[in-house]
Design a protein around this ligand. Sequence first.
Ligand SMILES: [Zn+2]
Ligand SMILES: [Zn+2]
Length: 408
Amino acid sequence: MSESKTESEQASDQHFTTRRQVLIGLAAAPLAACASINAQAVPPRSAAAATGAAADLRATTVRAYGATGASSGIAPLTINRRAVGPHDVVLEVLYCGICHSDIHTVHGDWGGPTFPCVPGHEIVGRVLAVGSAVTKFRVGDYGGVGCMVDSCGTCENCQAGREQNCLNGTTFTYDSDDRVSGGKTFGGYSERMVVSERFVINIPPDADLAATAPLLCAGITTFSPMQHWRLGAGQKVGVVGLGGLGHMAVKLAAARRAEVTVFTTSPGKIADAQRLGAREAVLSTDSTAMRRFANYFDLMIATVPQAYPMQPFTDLLKLDATLVNVGALGQLEAPSGMSMAFGRKSIAGSMIGGIAETQEVIDYCSARNIKADVEIIRPDEINRAYERVVNKDIRYRFVIDMVAGRAG
Ligand SMILES: [Zn+2]
Ligand SMILES: [Zn+2]
């Protein structure tokens, strides 16, 4: 990224020391001074834009949905949004996907979050106002926010477009130290957000907005490893797990004309996998079927959201091939060193993707009409949706209609 410098460049050189810090950016920089308020509202470009809330560049209180404790469930609350700085965009949140990470976080599976915690990092909204120096957006445009809202912008990873791997601490969209205004960041289960334009993705105006929201986490998370490991036409890719991430992995790999095989524990998803673009789907509990794929795959993308025995899957990798974990972020159940050495196999991790790559997946999907399969809900249905995600009873992504929440 080559954007102009911000207060966040005062970031410390402190490095991450624990996985928890990596996950939520606790090692982020000391909090910088409050944002400038010398921003200018731009007149609405369209009638649609004029229907949004009046542009107000001061810090505001907005309605949100969040957890006040690990067992509180998600309930309405109010949160503060910072004053609009020169490089900030104000988004009216229209849709926000429910990612399994939201559930892990509020349940404290990755260590306790700071409460109140407002999740949500698959966000599509409409630009209500922009700061005086914003060039990327005008009022009325559609913008997307994924899993991060800030980074130092100067370390070698940020400079290489890998803001998710910022050496000074990525600021994640929720439950992360806000390096601009202090306190914790609050996510997309809210009426409105204030985000630096560097971290807002352009959403095409003709996009199916609800079905585009999940691309900002589930889409980029599965697209990025396909780019990095150069998955190409005719190559064989295994997708482990068919949930929110898995169903996007199937669609994105099929779009590259790779040969896709899905591994699931749900017999009811076998036919679905083929509808989504897989050549075959296999019950991973069926050891006979698993043996057919020994030494078969060029790449495997494991989307399972918790630890799982990896050996049965690494056994399916070809020589020199890689299994990439994009879902399981806790302790892994590693395979034997012997089996990895004999096949010169690799296990890798990958977390979302950079901002430029996130724009790329949005544009890629827009050009090919690739969308998430979504079930749209109202905010008062979030708790029930969480239960259904945990019970694997969703095909394949819940998306909250935040405008419906305001109407109610
Ligand atoms: Zn996510
Ligand atoms: Zn950085």
